[in-house]
Design a protein around this ligand. Structure first.
Ligand code: EPZ
Length: 428
């Protein structure tokens, strides 16, 4: 086990390059199974969730060849199995996409239920409703989800909740189904559009991705494609908030500014200076953050995956802010950790009332999930003294080269083995 050791209190300065989007990559990699030919996927983030999906593809027989750290060639033709077991899926939500992809490829799929971050109950009833509407029979038995359809037929599907995962899984299952599928109340996140663009680049016929109604006219074959994944909206947002929380000045490169609008809007309200360029964003903060209320919502609302990070900034603000979680039942488990650093936060149901403090104090804390872990890193960078962040395997699921990237901005952060004597960071 490893942990991060941070000596905080230093404003971040410089520029940092954002990698490919985790939540697009984990959908696009299984989508390769729909192709009749090999595909090359570029701009992959170097994160453990990508490694896990590649393992899942290898485990069913696909030929996976890394061409560089961020590009992979996948030949789906040798993939004969339709079963993905628990040792592969544990700890990762996106393994559920193997269901839609295998159902499309083999007309059947047997996948262990997905893991992933703990935000309370994480049902997959809308995924199952979609598969059933397309003609599949779905059974959950002996810890496995089993889906089978003699023939997938297009259908009209109204999602009862706006679900990223259900929208993606239905897109995967419907791309080669016979006839027209209409997904209503679909999710609109940038990774949904990226998946549609990838599938269309292989010859699929998908319209409306990025709106609430997605129409998919089934095609019988998909050809190979060479595709580059979009930049990661949440990784970018995390560095933007870190710049503001440390009173720094950082240019975040290789981003799509359109995907960052809700985050930019809140940072400006909080008092940051934000300059937008074609593919980069500069964030600087010269004064104490101002209080601000934030409510998370599906895209284009403020992303739930940025909620813990913005809460750290507001924990340092002048005044009291309210952060309301509009997507998940329980995404405030990090508050207890932040309180150990001196934050003043009361959680009341789906809202957190944050009374800003002058400074946070370094402390031993843990990453209770992926974005909570990112929030602890930001808190450690902004705090006075030393912070250790444990259980960082959560962070490794979604942030590539995190210590190196923050170090390039002047941060004092080291990844060290948890049980060895760690290096004392000097001059911090
Ligand atoms: C995706 O999770 C992301 N994961 C999450 O990001 C993100 O927090 C979430 O979307 C919301 O934006 C991936 O893309 C791999 P949902 P997902 O289905 O698809 C309810 C991160 O930090 N729901 O959109 O699992 C559900 O309980 C991760 O990168 C149902 O009721 O989320 C929740 O309240 C963590 N039934 C809401 O919908 C269902 O069948 C949204 O969930 C499915 C979902």
């Amino acid at each position: 086990m490893q942990k991060f050791v941070i000596k905080g209190g230093k404003p971040l300065r410089g520029s940092v390059r954002i990698g490919g989007a985790k939540n697009a990559a984990v959908a696009i990699l299984p989508a390769v199974l729909l192709s009749d030919e090999p595909c090359v996927i570029e701009n992959l983030p170097e994160i453990s969730d990508v490694t896990s999906i590649l393992k899942a593809l290898t485990s069913i027989g696909a030929e996976v060849k890394m061409l560089s750290k961020s590009s992979v060639s996948i030949d789906p033709r040798p993939a004969k199995s339709f079963t993905v077991t628990k040792d592969i899926t544990k700890g990762m939500r996106a393994s559920s996409y193997m269901l839609g992809a295998l159902l499309s490829r083999c007309n059947r799929a047997r996948v262990s239920p997905p893991g992933g971050c703990d935000f309370g109950v994480r049902p997959i009833d809308q995924h199952i409703k979609g598969f059933e509407a397309l003609g599949a029979k779905v059974i959950i038995d002996n810890g496995m989800v089993y889906a089978r359809a003699p023939k997938l037929m297009g259908a009209s599907i109204y999602l009862d909740v706006v679900s990223v995962g259900a929208t993606i899984n239905i897109m995967l299952a419907a791309t080669k189904a016979a006839g027209l599928t209409v997904i209503e109340n679909a999710a609109k996140e940038p990774h949904i559009v990226d998946l549609a663009n990838f599938l269309n680049s292989m010859g699929a016929n998908i319209m409306g991705a990025g709106t609430g109604v997605i129409k998919i006219r089934g095609v019988s074959h998909l050809h190979g494609s060479n595709y580059s994944i979009i930049p990661d909206q949440i990784e970018a947002g995390t560095y933007m908030v870190a710049a503001a929380a440390t009173g720094g000045d950082v240019t975040i490169e290789n981003v799509t500014p359109k995907h960052l609008e809700s985050i930019v809007a809140k940072l400006i309200e909080i008092g940051a200076d934000v300059e937008e360029f074609d593919e980069s964003i500069r964030v600087s903060m010269k004064s104490r953050p101002k209080k601000c209320n934030v409510k998370t919502m599906p895209h284009p609302g403020f992303p739930t995956d940025m909620q813990p990070q913005i809460a750290v900034l507001l924990a340092l603000a002048d005044g009291t802010s309210i952060v309301t979680e509009g997507v998940w039942d329980n995404r405030f488990r990090y508050v207890e950790q932040l309180s150990l650093m001196g934050a003043d936060i009361q959680v009341d149901g789906k809202s957190a009332i944050i009374t800003g403090v002058n400074h946070l104090n370094g402390a031993p804390v843990k990453a209770v999930d992926l974005r909570a872990g990112a929030a602890m890193i930001i808190a450690g960078l902004a705090a006075t003294g030393e912070t250790t962040v444990e259980e960082i395997d959560h962070i490794d699921r979604g942030y590539e080269n995190l210590a190196e990237k923050f170090k390039s901005l002047g941060a004092h952060i080291e990844r060290v083995d948890d049980f060895s004597e760690y290096k004392v960071i000097k001059n911090a």
